[in-house]
Structures are given as C-alpha cells and as structure tokens.
Design a protein around this ligand. Structure first.
Ligand code: PEP
Ligand code: MG
Length: 698
C-alpha cells in the first residue's frame, strides 16, 4: 500500500484525490489476490461482507485473549449494529472524537476528550495520529507536558472549544445530560459532519481503580446515587490497584517515552506507547486491566530487532528500569521511589460503607506479625489461617526442624521440638498482639516432612556433618520420607497423630504466647485448627492432645485463656460427615484448595500443566483453584455448612482457601451464611466489598 510513504507524507488527510484513487486500485488488487474474487460492486454484498467480518472477529486471537482476561463466556457471541453514518473526514469543517464526562484516570469531575479534524473514528482509536484536546484547559495542560508554547498550541493544536466553539458547547451540554440520565461517568463518541454535531454512542466509561472509587463517592455525595448503588459500582478486583505504592511526587526528571498487543499487555507491568492518546485502544484496554499506561510519547524510538528503546538521548535495553506514572503521563529514567498508598479518603469511605452492609466478616491468612499488621491496616478482622509450617522456613529454624525429622526416636524429636518452641511462641505473641481483640486461627503443622529435608547430596553431606550422622544415614531417612503423592500422603493431622509431640509443642507455644499476651493486657482469642481431617476419630485424637496440653500449661502458669478447637474441612469425607465432626469441632474452616484438589482429583502441583489446555479448549471456563467451582465443590461446601450446623447450631464457619479473596467465591460463601472469609492481606479490601455486595444483592 505504501502510498503515504511513496509520497513522503505521514497522515491520511495529506493524500489528494489522485492518491486515493491509486490506493483504491491497490486495495482492489489486494482483495483479488487474497480472496481470488473481485471486490464486490453491490452495496448489499459489501454490507454483508462487513457484517460477517464483525461476527468473525469474535473468534480472532485478540478477542479470545480479551474474553479470557475478562471472563466473558465464548457462547455469548457478538452483535452487529447496522447504522447510517455521518463522516468526520469531509474536510476541515468536520471532525471526530471521543469524550469522557469525568477524568477516567483520576475520577475528577472534569469533562475531557480528544478529537481529530478531518478524520474518522478509526483514526482516533487506532492511535495512528495523536489527537487534540476538546477543552481549552485540557489542551493547555497537554501542551505544557509536551513542552509546546501557547502560541504554537493555538495555531497547530487548538482545542475543539477554540476550533469549533458551537459544537464544543453542544457536546459538553449533551455529556452532562447523558451523565445525569445514566448517573455514571460516560464515554462518548461523536462526529462532526460539516459543522453539525452527531452523537454516535455513549456507555459507562472504563476507569482506573482510583477513578472508580472517587466517582462512586462523588456521585453519592452529590445525591445522584444511594449508598448501595455506590457499593455496587465497585469492581472488587480493581481495588488492588489502590493498595500498591504510588510515586513519590518529588522524584526525578521526566523523560519522554512503547506499544504492544493484548498478549504482551497482559504480562506487562506498565505500557508505554509512541503514538495515540488516552482514548486509543491501547490506553483504554490498559486502563481496563488496571495497568499503568502512558500513550503518545512521540519522541521514543523503538528498535524491535535490537530490543532497545531510545528516549531523550538514552538507549534502554531489555531489563533496564524506567518508571511510568499513568495518572500524569510522565516517564522517568530508572526506578522511582514510591510511597505507601493512601487508605483513607474515598477508599476509606468505601470500606466503611462495605462494613455497614456486609454480613460476613473478612479475616486474613497471615503467618507473621508483619503480615498480620499489614492486614489490620486493610481492615482484616482476625486471622482465619496461620500456616505454622511457614514459620519453620525462616532463618535457622529449618535446622531444628531437620533435627526433629532425622531423630530416630521420640526423645530425639522432643529435644529438637524444644528448640522450636520459643521461636513459635515468639511469633504467636507478635501475631496475637497485632490482632488484639480479634480471633486468631492457628493451624497445626500440615505439609509432608520431606519438604523440609535436602535432596541434593552436597546439602545432605552438610546436614550429616551438622547432626553427627553419616551421609548414608541421612540419605536413608530422606528416602524413607519419599512419597509417590505427597499431597495425599503423610501430612496434616496424619503427622500430628503419628507424632503427637509435634501437636503438643505447637499447642504449648500457642497457649504460652496467649497467656503472655494476656498478662500484657492484650485480648487474645486463640483458635487451634487441625488440618486435613477426614473423620471424627482423627479430630478427636488431636483435640485430646490439644486439650491435655493446654490444661497442663494452665496449671503450670496458674492462669488460663479461652481457646477453641476446630478443623479444616478440606477432605471430601469431612464435608460428607460434617455432622459427626461438629460434635468435636467448635469451628470449621473450608480449605478449598485441598477440597478442590480432592473433589476434581486434580493434583494441586501437577494440574497447571493441563489446566491451561483445558481452558483454551473450553473444557473448563476458569481455573477451579482460582474461582470456586460452585456446581461441584460448592455442593460439598454447602453440605458441610448445613450438616455441621445441624449438630452445632452456633458453629463458626469460614473459608481460608485461595477462594476466600475472589469476589464470586466470597459471594457464594456469604450466601451460605458463613461467618467469615479469610484471604491474603492484599485481598482483604476486595473481599470486604464483595461481602457487602453479596448482602446488598441478596
Ligand atoms: C486449603 O487447602 O484450602 C488451605 C487453606 O490449606 P493449604 O493451602 O495450606 O493446603
Ligand atoms: Mg489444605
């Protein structure tokens, strides 16, 4: 096609009639070459060609990736609107553009948008020409960022308010009417044909997480929407954007600044494009994905072969740092220091509103005092899962754990466990302190023991020397721990049952820490949780060890605390016999990671290998380890809750598998009447909003 190149021009509107005739000739030749047919002369045939192209686009790679990213089912299909058009490319008295009734990046109540004179909509969204601003204010701000003088701006890049004031005023008035009607930020497309404004479409605009929160709160304060509607306007997952550090405002000097396809965008941390404005598809899609995007940085030079980018005279290779600020469009050399995110203001207001409506509490999965504190900042009301094995991996602790595993008898194990006791007690104290007044569920040791021992000869040699054993002895022990399917092997309560001294040590550490905290005026509510229980007998065995140990500690210390003993429900049999298990368990926590594994028969460690294929071929819609399978696994959860409460009506029930922070799963659990969901600290705010939405939608 290359007509522009041959003529030495950059833009479509620089082509004259003869050039366009030449272009038509070449397009027709191309159509003939690729389809083997002449380009149809009948308007009907052309129209049908267009319609079919839209339907076919549903199955193109880009659409497939987009659907997967946004969990849009393939069977929905797409629709085509056939609509008489007006033309924005009928000369300099015509234009086309995109406008937003509020700022999609920050949420500020500022009308803004972009347009191009003598252009079609495609020219704006394709990001080929860098568009001009609609408002004078926006135009001035843009010019300042680009380092363009006011005179140059007015002459070369005037705003629509300046170039076509009547149409601009009409557009702004229409935007206001549309927003008043839909009561949400509008994203509108328009065309001006020969001086007359036409509106092409309006829809609720895509926005960043920050804008989502601000717009919902602004509309609430303005009395446009009520509290429930404000909450329902929040896409829980998007809150994640607000929980991560933001740039320190005073950082570094700005340089100018890459483009990419959808697959690339999905894995990118940030997106930098050479051309296009904030309404170009790249920017809109990036915003939708919650990624930082800076578009239209015209001064960068990308060398695809060498994999370098040149900006402001400096060449950046793969792996070099640049920092992007998606709100301002600034690009910085190097890694810019960041500051902690603001958790009050509008964000805080949304969180408070959530708590007003939610009936399900949100706890957190945390195994260190640091994570516990972080989760409190995000509003977690207790710990739903403290995986004690994570505490064993830190620093020198692994040595004592290995000593325990290598011990040939109970006495040897007890000696090693005694070394672990103070470490665990210390951690529990820190966690109880961070959760002053809230429940803390501590789970007893879960993973198979072979995870703690070295499998390489070099490290085994070191360990043998340290423990005063021979290499052969260490090897023999490690080999004896080998299991064909460790996830279904000697782990969970099976460990505590065969080695009760482990349960004793852990109970002692929990109770001693609780008493120490109590003495310091901290309100402690310890809950001791037994993992991987499949039968009442298993739980009874461990509950006996726990209760005997606790009573012993109380006697030694001359003081006591109230504690609860409960269980994970993560083996299908536990859900099926929940009525029996609840005779002993004072609480249930659904471990949906294991429950999903065992219900599907998908090994947690091996499933990723084929789940990707399954997803791509429509065997499953979503990964059941991410989104709770309500149809199958959900039945076991529901049965577990009902049967458990039939035996013990006040049974406290929660979920602590990964699903506890995924909005649709949180809603499912809330609807079953669970008391709480528990998730990683950074998903706490997401779960809080999802819990509130569940209550409102109910
Ligand atoms: C679970 O199985 O859901 C769970 C929370 O325990 P873990 O992931 O530690 O096995
Ligand atoms: Mg588990």
């Amino acid at each position: 096609m290359l007509v522009k190149e041959e003529k030495g021009v950059k833009f479509d509107n620089e082509l004259d009639v003869e050039d366009l005739k030449e272009l038509v000739k070449r397009f027709k030749a191309a159509v003939k070459e690729y389809t083997g047919k002449d380009f149809p002369e009948s308007a009907w045939e052309q129209l049908w060609g267009g319609i079919c192209a839209v339907f076919d686009s549903w199955m193109n790679e880009r659409a497939i990736i987009y659907r997967r990213m946004n969990q849009i089912p393939e069977e929905w299909g797409t629709a085509v609107n056939v609509q008489a058009m007006v033309y924005g490319n009928m000369g300099n008295n015509s234009a086309t553009g995109v406008a937003f009734s509020r700022d999609a990046a920050t949420g500020e109540n500022i009308f803004n948008g972009e347009y191009l004179i003598n252009a079609q909509g495609e020219d704006v969204v394709a990001g080929v020409r860098t568009p001009q601003q609609i408002t004078v204010e926006g135009s001035r701000r843009w010019a300042k960022l680009q380092g363009i003088s006011e005179d140059e701006r007015r002459e070369k890049y005037p705003s629509l308010e300046e170039s076509m004031p009547v149409c601009a005023a009409e557009l702004i008035a229409i935007a206001k009417r549309l927003e008043d009607y839909y009561k949400d930020m509008q994203d509108m497309e328009f065309t001006i044909q020969d001086g007359k404004l036409w509106m092409l479409q309006t829809r609720n605009g895509k926005r960043t997480g920050a804008a989502m929160v601000k717009i919902a709160m602004d509309l609430l304060r303005a009395g446009e929407i009520d509290e429930k509607t404000a909450l329902l306007r929040i896409e829980p997952q998007k809150l994640d954007e607000l929980l991560h550090p933001v740039f320190d405002k005073d950082a570094l000097k700005r340089i100018e600044t890459s483009p990419e396809d959808l697959r690339g965008m999905a894995v990118a941390q940030g997106i930098l494009t050479m051309r296009g404005g904030m309404t170009s598809h790249a920017a809109v899609v990036a915003r939708g994905m919650g990624k930082c995007c800076v578009s239209g940085a015209g001064e960068i030079v990308v060398d695809y072969k060498a994999k370098t980018v040149e900006m402001n005279g400096k060449v950046y290779k793969e792996g070099d740092w640049i920092s992007l600020n998606g709100s301002t469009g600034d690009v910085y050399d190097g890694q810019v220091p960041t500051t902690e995110p603001e958790l009050d203001g509008d964000f805080g207001a949304i969180m408070n509103l959530s708590d007003k409506f939610a009936k399900t509490l949100v706890r957190t999965n945390a195994d260190s005092p640091r994570d516990a504190k972080q989760a409190r900042r995000f509003g977690a009301q207790g710990i739903g899962l403290c995986r004690t094995e994570h505490m064993f991996f830190e620093g020198d602790r692994i040595k004592s754990v290995r000593e325990m595993i290598l011990a040939s008898d109970e006495e040897g194990r007890r000696t090693a466990l005694a070394k672990l006791l103070p470490m665990q007690r210390g951690d529990f104290e820190g966690i109880f302190e961070a959760m002053d007044g809230y429940g803390v569920t501590v789970r007893l040791l879960d993973p198979p023991l072979h995870e703690f021992v070295p499998h390489q000869t070099a490290t085994q040699k070191e360990l043998a020397a340290e423990m005063g054993l021979t290499l052969e002895e260490v090897k023999a022990k490690v080999d004896s721990l080998e299991e064909f399917n460790p996830m279904l092997g000697h782990r969970g309560c099976r460990l505590g049952i065969t080695y009760p001294e482990i349960t004793e040590m852990q109970t002692r550490a929990i109770i001693e820490a609780a008493l120490a905290c109590k003495a310091r005026g901290i309100k402690v509510l310890p809950e001791i949780m037994v993992p991987l229980v499949g039968s009442l007998k298993e739980l009874q065995n461990q509950a006996d060890v726990i209760n005997t140990t606790a009573a012993k500690v109380f006697e030694e210390k001359g003081d006591s605390v109230i504690y609860k003993v409960g269980t994970m429900i993560e083996v299908p049999r536990a859900a099926l016999t929940a009525n029996e298990i609840a005779e002993v368990a004072e609480f249930f926590s659904f471990g949906t990671n294991d429950l999903t594994q065992m219900t599907f028969g998908f090994s947690r460690d091996d499933a990723p290998k084929f789940l990707k294929f399954y997803k791509e071929h429509g065997i499953i819609k979503v990964d059941p380890f991410e989104v709770l399978d309500q149809t199958g696994v959900g039945q076991l959860v529901e049965m577990g809750v009902k049967k458990g409460r039939a035996t013990r009506p006040d049974l406290k029930v929660g979920i602590c598998g990964e699903h506890g922070g995924e909005p649709s799963s949180v809603k499912f659990c809330a609807n079953l009447g669970m008391n709480y969901v528990s998730c990683s600290p950074f998903r706490v705010p997401i779960a809080r909003v999802a819990a509130a939405q569940a209550a409102i939608e109910d």
